[in-house]
Design a protein around this ligand. Structure first.
Ligand code: BTN
Length: 270
């Protein structure tokens, strides 16, 4: 649904109340992909916390080479540039940190309580409202920068056939429209908070509890689609490394590491 909710650089900067997350904003009415634009800015030396936001993307990227539908006026399509001083091996956990921040930011600004589908989708009433795409550039085992792109379906009432069974929007579920800049500001504040906790240990130890409380898969039977073979088990939550622990039929626990695998509920997407 098109609404009168206009996005602008000034509107976002006025709403954001943080120390570093989203203090520098680049805004596009239309661009290919905010991840692509953030990469260009990163290569030009843009600082940690730079935020790239678009009202519409015509080349939105999803995970595993998929495209991400990003219509004008109906979503939050944004990428934050981070320059963490840490071991690149741990950087993929930043995706989990962003999922937590997005959940909190959305809840505090819209009242909608979404859940996390490990590792990094947010679901509302068992349908996807948010996806996250993290990309990284390294130089001799040092992180140059990390780009965390996040797409939130805000006010769509209809979705293309390929995703209409699994996708929804905040408006579709709640009937309420909240200004996008307010939601962006809420996510930036939450990201700053969770990022500081994460960086103390460079792992999820300080965030496990809050993550598992929001985990939609917790205690449920899940189906792990591993390229080496599919298997089922009961998900028992994430560990300090951000892996999903799954209890197998024989009682043993195995760690599922994000990347190639995908997790499904036994009865569908969640
Ligand atoms: C997924 O497949 O679930 C990840 C979707 C990530 C979409 C966002 S929208 C803003 C940013 N720019 C992109 O091109 N992709 C991410």
């Amino acid at each position: 649904m098109k609404s009168s909710d206009m996005l602008s650089r000034e509107g976002i900067l006025n709403a954001v109340n943080t120390t570093w997350a989203g203090r520098e904003v680049t805004y596009f009415d239309l661009t290919d992909s905010t991840n692509t634009q953030a990469r260009i800015l990163a290569e030009q030396g843009a600082p940690h916390g730079t935020l790239v936001v678009a009202d519409q993307q015509d080349g939105g990227k999803g995970r595993r080479g998929r495209s991400w539908v990003s219509p004008a006026g109906e979503g939050i399509w944004m990428t934050i540039l981070l320059r963490p001083e840490m071991n690149p091996i741990n950087a993929s956990m930043l995706t989990l940190v962003m999922a937590l921040a997005a959940e909190k930011g959305i809840r505090e600004t819209t009242g909608q309580k979404s859940l996390i589908k490990w590792p990094n989708d947010l679901v509302l009433n068992k349908k996807k409202i948010c996806g996250i795409l993290t990309e990284m550039s390294t130089d001799q085992m040092e992180i140059k920068y990390v780009l965390i792109g996040i797409g939130i379906n805000v006010s769509q009432t209809e979705f293309p056939d390929e995703i209409k069974e699994t996708a929804t929007s905040l408006y579709k579920e709640s009937g309420e429209l909240i200004p996008r800049s307010k939601i962006i500001a809420g996510i930036m504040a939450a990201l700053e908070e969770y990022y500081e906790i994460f960086m103390k240990t460079e792992d999820m130890s300080g965030l496990i509890e809050v993550y598992n409380e929001r985990l939609v898969n917790l205690g449920n039977e899940v189906c792990i689609l591993d390229p080496k073979g599919e298997f089922r088990g009961i998900s028992t939550g994430i560990n300090e490394a951000g892996g999903l622990m799954v209890r197998l039929e024989d009682g043993s626990e195995t760690e599922v590491i994000s990347g190639e695998v995908s997790v499904r509920g036994v009865y569908g997407y969640v």
